[in-house]
Each structure stands twice: as C-alpha cells, then as structure tokens.
Ligand binder design. Structure first.
Ligand code: DAH
Length: 334
C-alpha cells in the first residue's frame, strides 16, 4: 500500500497527463486510501482521514485547472480577415465565384472622380431626411403644388427618405459659408440614393441614384454652369457632345433649366435625338438667404440628375429595373 504522499505524486502526474482528468478521482490508489481509514488505529484515524480528504481536494483543484487548459486548447483560432475557404470546413457547400462591385457603384466612382478633379468636394447624401431639407430650405412654399411632383415617401414620424439629392444643398451652403466669406468659393457635389413613391416601369424605379452639384462665388454665371456640365458629360462619355437647354420650373433656382445632350452616334443616336439629362439653374436668392449667405453679394448655380440614366446610356441598358433586381445574369456583364 502506498503512503499518502506517494499517492499524491502518482495522481497529480496522471491528472497532468490525462485527456479526461476527472477519471483520476476513481483511481484504485485513492480508493485504497479511503478503505484503509477503517483499519487505522483509532488514535490516528481522524488525522489520517483528514489527510486523505485534503489529498482529494488537491487533486480536484488540479483537475479543474487541467480541464480549463484542455478547453482553451480546443478553441480553434478564427481569422476573420481570411478568405472564407481558410476557415471553412465545408468548402464544397460554399460559393466558389467571387462577387463584384455593382455597376452603379463603379460608375458613381467615375462621376465623383471627374468632379473632384474639377475641384468639387464630394459628399454622400443622407437616406433619411426631413421636410425642411426636402422642401422648406429649397424655397417650396407650404402647400405648394410643386411639392406633389416629388412623390415623397414619409415615415409615420414625418421623416422623408429623400426624393432628390437637392436635400443636401442647404447643408452644403451652410458648411461652405465661412469659406465663401474668407474669399473662397463653394464647390461641392452630393451623391446618393433617392426614393420616390411611383409606379415602377422600365424608366421609373422607387429607388435610384442622383448626383447634385452646387457652386457659389461672387461672380458665378450661367455660362460657367454650362461649361462645367459640358465638361462633365464630355469626360464621362469620352467625346465631344452637343448640348442644349430649355426653361423649366424648380422652386430652388431662377432661372431654371433642363439640360440635354444629343445622343452620340457611337451610342446609337441619330442627329436631332436629344436626351434630357438633368435639371439646373442659378440658385434662388431665398435658398442662399436660408443658409445665411447674402444673395446681394454671392451667386451660384446648382444642378441635379439621375446617375442610373447616365449609366443606361453609356452601356445601352434598356430597363432601369435591372439595377435593383439583383439578377446575376445582368451583374456578370460588368
Ligand atoms: N432636384 C431636381 C429633381 O430631382 C433636379 C434639380 C433641378 C436639381 C434643378 C437642381 C436644380 O440642383 O438646380 O427633379
């Protein structure tokens, strides 16, 4: 029969080595010590029993430590930055094709690139806004029928998913005011998703993209605006273009215009086939005043139009609905 110290040494070594350390509590050495208690001389029995119990406690402490060490070792390090196939144990069940950037995102990057190279700062528009930025700050009188033309959605709380990127004009003007007064100019575009409560067809979507531009200085003119827009469209389509404008009404500009380009022959156009690309004009004095800019000292122009439309013309896409459809057959073409 082993002494208590011998048993301690043997069992602690076993715990340290075992994959199921708790089984050590059932070992014959420990059972042997417990069954020996009855045969110990009564004068020493209590002390012996206490020593055996202490040994059992020590072994349990060692078992707990060994168990948590085993658990820690069982956790596989997961590299969240690795491609899926490194972490996955089931590669056959996962897609093997790489995804790609949506064509509208790619084209929006092209648009932003052209304008930033022309000196415009680019700001993403908001996807939830309010009545003031949608209408009030843009010189739409209360209850004016022009508000109806925008088919706005509204949340129950009265917020508006913006129906145009012009919602950003007031913010851009306010943010740029200091720069203007320090002798500089405001030159910014805002781009992003807009939403309209319309029946969906090949040329109408409830969700689409717009890009808006704002330029303000002491001497900005309509001619500057036409030059800026022509430069943009010629850069985007990579060729010289014919442009024309016709009067249009938007409460936030005076005069207001619709801007059209002649559809280039290289994109299937015939002479005299005009495509309306955007709305534009000289910023209304009330819009400048609302942002704290003195309209007797500063003037500017603004424009806004659909990005989807630009892209449709560039690639000969016939149906606007493809963009939001998630159809892989369509997306794989880009
Ligand atoms: N926000 C107008 C729309 O969505 C387009 C527009 C017209 C923007 C004239 C402008 C502008 O900045 O000056 O119909």
């Amino acid at each position: 029969m082993h002494s208590i110290d011998d048993v301690r040494q043997i069992l602690l070594a076993e715990v340290a080595d075992s994959q199921i350390p708790r089984d050590v509590l059932k070992s014959k050495e420990l059972k042997g010590l417990y069954s020996k208690i009855a045969s110990i001389d009564p004068s020493e029995r209590a002390a012996f029993g206490k020593a055996v119990n202490e040994l059992k406690n020590d072994i349990e402490v060692a078992i707990n430590a060994r168990e948590s060490a085993l658990e820690d070792a069982a956790v596989v390090a997961l590299d969240v930055t690795a491609p899926w196939d490194i972490n996955s144990k089931l590669p056959d069940l996962l897609p093997t094709e790489q995804g790609s950037q949506h064509p509208l995102t790619t084209e929006l990057e092209v648009v932003i690139d052209i304008f930033t190279r022309m000196g415009f700062e680019a700001v993403e528009s908001r996807q939830i806004d309010d009545d003031f930025h949608m209408f009030g700050a843009l010189n739409f009188p209360e209850n004016h029928p022009a508000r109806d033309g925008y088919d706005t959605f509204r949340t129950e709380e009265g917020f508006i998913p913006p129906a145009h990127t012009s919602t950003m004009q007031h913010r851009v003007l306010k943010d740029g005011k200091a720069k203007l007064e320090a002798g500089g100019q405001i030159a910014a575009i805002s781009y992003g998703r807009v939403f309209r409560n319309e029946d969906v067809d090949a040329t109408h979507e409830h969700t689409f993209y717009q890009c808006e531009g704002v330029f303000v200085s002491e001497s900005a003119t309509l001619g500057d605006m036409l030059g800026t827009l022509r430069s943009f469209f010629e850069a985007y389509y990579g060729q010289e273009l014919k442009i024309k404008t016709q009067p249009a009404y938007f409460p936030f500009v005076e005069p207001g215009l619709e801007f059209a380009i002649e559809k280039p022959a290289s994109l299937g156009g015939k002479p005299g086939e005009w495509l309306e690309m955007l709305g534009c004009g000289m910023i209304h004095p009330n819009v400048l005043s609302a942002a704290g800019i003195d309209p007797s000292k500063y003037q500017g122009f603004a424009w806004g139009g659909g990005v989807d439309r630009l892209v449709m013309l560039k690639y000969g896409i016939e149906d606007l609905r493809h963009f939001e459809s998630g159809k892989l057959q369509f997306l794989r073409k880009f």
